[in-house]
Design a protein. Structure first.
Length: 586
């Protein structure tokens, strides 16, 4: 197939602002394309060589492209640069220079799509020393044989500035008209795309095998599925109404979404945007390899950074340490992860995407071997708004952003690539910095793990209620302690250790070691939230809820000057919570 046919279609597409016309031109082009080239044409019209998840990009730097244009046009780079200043588009500049050239030269041999694709592919894949010259040489050779208009589009394609505006949905429309038998087949084509993330493959399949194959299209391991997304509502009552009165409510973990594909020993991890992020998570790869008990599987998880010493969840930002090429091993040790699994889309030959969520969830629970680092996302089955609210508060309190409520009806299939009302998120709608530090009493401790093995990993802290003369728990703190602190604290606390909860301590939590209220430490948190677990100010704001301080951090100050009764009071915590709300509302 001649490349000029494509360049011609591009010219027409570029000239229109109407989507329908654009689709018509595309339909024309696709129907004239030999079926074995359809996938390549589809990628090329979107400025690509492969579907995104393959991770091979054409892009070469503008500077190099200038050199190639100069070489093929027989001009100095400076001339090209000067013209580029005027046009602002290297494609246009290439076109202008080649127009001048063709007036004096003979017509070269016609360029074929096959040659263009192969050459661009070679350019994209060449790396290492000598690759710069090789790329320039390859591009210049194409341009030397190109007509001015072809040159314009070749240059735009290689510099990543084709921008014809042909979106995925336009291609699907065009495929439905060209090969599906009409617009009404669009939805089925879209589904095939959503479960393969590969428009080229969909195009070739429908053209070569017809709609029958598209309807039979199945997910396959190692090809990412476009992720299902959640809608949002702001009350448990609304959520349950929307979901038909019942749902599976899950922790909404604050990490990075990972779609893990396993095929025997091979594992690939895709991000929410379907980039291949396998290299960032060697630990994640190992967890999937070992603890997904299937030959082949596609499962989804949220990867959450955890504190290596306390096992506590850390905010999403901590995962940024993984976004690097080098030093992954160190990042892994300092910022380990836990995978919270929340869906199973394929297990050993079975495509589960058209199964209901309860069925997929059962598969998930069967296929995952749970460990410290691989867990099924915590969930509850809720039919009552109050129950849902309570679960929500519990999750927020333990560091999550909220919950995701998932439909359990017969419609609860995996809607790949869609944001529907099958998943509904319920998040905290307020957020603010806690400005004051608080002085809290250490009433219990948890044994550490990892580097903190043999020491304490975290402490249970309480505020003081002078009215009741009790110490009510408000947070569990594990961060902010230096090694010296971790040596010192056991000594300070030893003499206060007791065999059971102190009678003046009000706690629903169990700890490894209890203390009588004595030691006061200064702590700073990110915010105060409602909590069904902590007893601080229980029922003061809401029935069956206390208050908790989130993301607490020891400031380094031991308030030896304070007796436990001088600690921050529960009333002060209530006050801080109210101020925080006022600040957000005002
Ligand atoms: P949002 O990004 O706010 O639209 O929320 C959806 C995201 O929450 C998903 O893409 C996941 O990355 C994340 N998430 C955390 N926990 C879960 C869960 N249990 N189920 C589904 N998604 C979850």
């Amino acid at each position: 197939m001649r490349y000029s046919r494509i360049a011609d279609a591009y010219e027409k597409i570029e000239a229109t602002t109407k989507r329908l016309e654009m689709t018509d031109h595309l339909v024309q082009l696709l129907t004239e394309t030999p079926t074995n080239l359809l996938d390549k044409i589809v990628y090329l019209t979107q400025g690509k060589l492969y579907p995104d998840f393959v991770g091979i990009e054409i892009g070469i730097a503008e500077k190099l492209a200038i050199r190639a244009v100069a070489k093929s046009a027989g001009h100095r780079e400076k001339d090209i640069e000067n013209d580029l200043q005027k046009t602002g588009d290297l494609g246009k500049t290439a076109q202008r220079f080649l127009e001048k050239k063709t007036q004096v030269s003979f017509f070269p041999k016609p360029l074929t799509v096959e040659r263009i694709y192969e050459t661009l592919d070679k350019m994209a894949k060449s790396t290492g020393s000598g690759s710069v010259d090789l790329k320039i040489g390859l591009l210049a050779s194409l341009l030397s044989d190109a007509s001015p208009i072809e040159a314009k589009y070749i240059v735009r394609t290689v510099t990543g500035s084709l921008r014809l505006g042909i979106a995925d949905m336009t291609v699907l429309d065009a495929l439905a008209i060209a090969f599906g038998g009409g617009k009404e087949t669009r939805d089925q084509l879209e589904r095939a795309y959503n479960i393969s993330s590969d428009l080229g493959k969909v195009a070739r399949t429908v053209a070569e095998e017809g709609m029958e194959s598209i309807i039979q299209f199945k997910v396959s391991p190692m090809k990412p599925i476009r992720p299902m997304l959640a809608e949002r509502l702001s009350s448990p009552t609304e959520i349950l109404e929307k979901l038909g009165g019942k749902c599976i409510a899950e922790y909404k973990y604050d990490g990075e979404r990972i779609q893990a594909h396993k095929k025997k020993d091979q594992v690939i991890l895709f991000s929410r945007r379907l980039e291949n992020i396998t290299d960032q998570y060697p630990d994640g790869v190992e967890y999937i390899r070992k603890h997904v008990k299937a030959e082949e599987a596609i499962v989804e998880a949220e990867a959450v950074a955890v504190d290596p010493e306390t096992g506590e969840m850390k905010p999403f930002q901590e995962l940024m340490h993984r976004r690097r090429k080098y030093g992954i091993k160190e990042a892994m040790a300092q910022h380990p992860i836990t995978l919270f699994m929340f869906d199973a889309l394929y297990v050993d030959g079975k495509d589960l995407t058209l199964q209901t969520y309860p069925i997929r969830h059962r598969h998930l629970e069967n296929v995952i071997e749970q460990t410290d680092n691989v867990k099924v996302a915590e969930y509850t089955i809720a039919e009552d708004p109050e129950e849902l609210e309570l679960f929500f508060e519990k999750t927020v309190e333990s560091g999550s952003e909220g919950i995701i409520c998932k439909s359990v009806t017969p419609d609860s299939v995996y809607q790949a690539g869609a944001r529907g009302w099958v998943w509904i998120k319920y998040k905290r709608d307020y957020k603010s910095e806690m400005t004051d530090t608080v002085d809290l009493v250490v009433v219990g401790a948890f044994h550490g793990r990892g580097k903190r093995a043999g020491k304490y990993g975290a402490f249970l802290l309480a505020a003081y209620d002078p009215d009741k003369d009790t110490f009510e728990t408000v947070t569990k703190v594990g961060t902010g302690f230096t090694d010296a602190d971790l040596e010192k604290l056991p000594q300070m606390l030893k003499k206060h250790q007791i065999a059971h909860r102190h009678p003046r301590v009000d706690s629903t939590l169990d700890v490894d070691v209890w203390f009588e209220p004595a030691v006061v430490i200064e702590t700073r948190g990110a915010e105060i939230t409602l909590s069904p677990i902590h007893t601080c100010a229980m029922n003061a704001i809401r029935e069956a809820s206390g208050l908790a301080i989130r993301f607490p951090r020891f400031t380094g100050k031991y308030r030896v000057d304070k007796s436990p009764e001088d600690a921050t009071t529960t009333q002060e915590v209530v006050e801080m919570y109210r101020n925080q709300l006022k600040k957000i509302e005002g």
